[in-house]
Design a protein around this ligand. Structure first.
Ligand code: SF4
Length: 289
């Protein structure tokens, strides 16, 4: 099996078998994102995907516990093909425990509830939804192509249909001026979705991304470590999403946090205060991805 180009996956899929069902991202315009700029989006041919699955099942089928469908928004694939792939996984990987995929709100909203329920029954356990922000102005600025209302409806729809959601947010997208609205909008988004998982990464830009160019032209300011922590504090203080498992322990984060909403919020706020008081942040060289 040969992967096409760089392959990205969520941190929690580090031990998963990654199968590219699409190449690139169908949206590919978010201004901070460099992941798939070099790839022309396409859905791979059914035969190619099945050939990859067949090769992997023959070589190490019984060792696979988790399968992740890549690239950027694998959920765009038509439901009959996804159902066929999920059935293949079930039949040929006897010890598989879960199958997950990246998806956009548009992918979720395009599918009927009947389709999503069928995918859940066939083994699609979770969709990783990159929301990035819950503030509409910021979503527009970063060219996310989705509104907060659409993201919320997508999360609720997945939940109604029995598919878990892992929502990713990115701190710093509003810059210092937009810190508060970004934090409060993102907290509202999580509160209204009440997803199983939520994560905050910190903004990291590669030079070739449009947003990095905005910074170089002086049109956008990045947050300092202190401001990033303050933004997360505003976010946590506004959260009311019982049971959501929260992680902010990615390599990009200045302070590592992990807990369950709402019970662990006071402890996480203390950790942030402590880090700020001692200026104990992950150094910049360690944040480089
Ligand atoms: S952030 Fe997600 S949706 Fe936006 S361009 Fe990157 S992969 Fe595509």
């Amino acid at each position: 099996m040969q992967y096409e180009g760089d392959v990205y996956r969520p941190p929690s899929e580090a031990r998963s078998l990654i199968i590219q069902v699409t190449i690139g991202c169908s949206h590919n315009t978010c201004t901070f994102c460099h992941m798939y700029t070099g790839k022309q989006f396409r859905i791979r041919k059914r035969e190619e995907i099945l050939a990859d699955l067949e090769e992997c099942s023959r070589e190490f089928g019984k060792y696979v516990r988790r399968v992740f469908f890549a690239d950027g928004d694998a959920l765009i694939v038509k439901t009959p093909l996804l159902l066929e792939l999920l059935a293949y996984v079930k039949d040929h990987f006897p010890n598989v425990e879960r199958v997950t995929a990246y998806g956009t709100a548009s992918d979720v909203l395009r599918k009927s509830e009947e389709e999503l329920r069928a995918l859940a029954n066939a083994g699609l356990e979770m969709v990783y939804l990159g929301a990035e922000s819950g503030d509409d102005e910021i979503l527009l600025q970063i060219k996310k192509g989705q509104t907060a209302a659409e993201l919320i409806e997508a999360g609720r729809k997945l939940k109604r249909c029995g598919i878990k959601t892992s929502v990713t947010l990115i701190s710093g997208l509003g810059g210092p001026e937009g810190m508060e609205k970004h934090a409060l909008g993102s907290a509202k988004l999580i509160n209204e979705m009440n997803p199983e998982y939520a994560a905050i990464l910190s903004l990291q830009l590669r030079e070739d991304s449009p947003m990095a160019q905005e910074v170089l032209r002086g049109e956008r300011k990045l947050l300092t470590a202190d401001q990033t922590v303050e933004e997360t504090e505003i976010f946590l203080n506004a959260i009311d999403s019982p049971g959501t498992i929260f992680r902010s322990n990615h390599a990009s984060n200045y302070v590592s946090l992990a807990g369950v909403f709402n019970d662990d919020i006071p402890e996480m706020l203390e950790q942030l205060e402590d880090a700020k008081a001692r200026h104990r942040y992950r150094p910049e060289w360690m944040r480089e991805l």
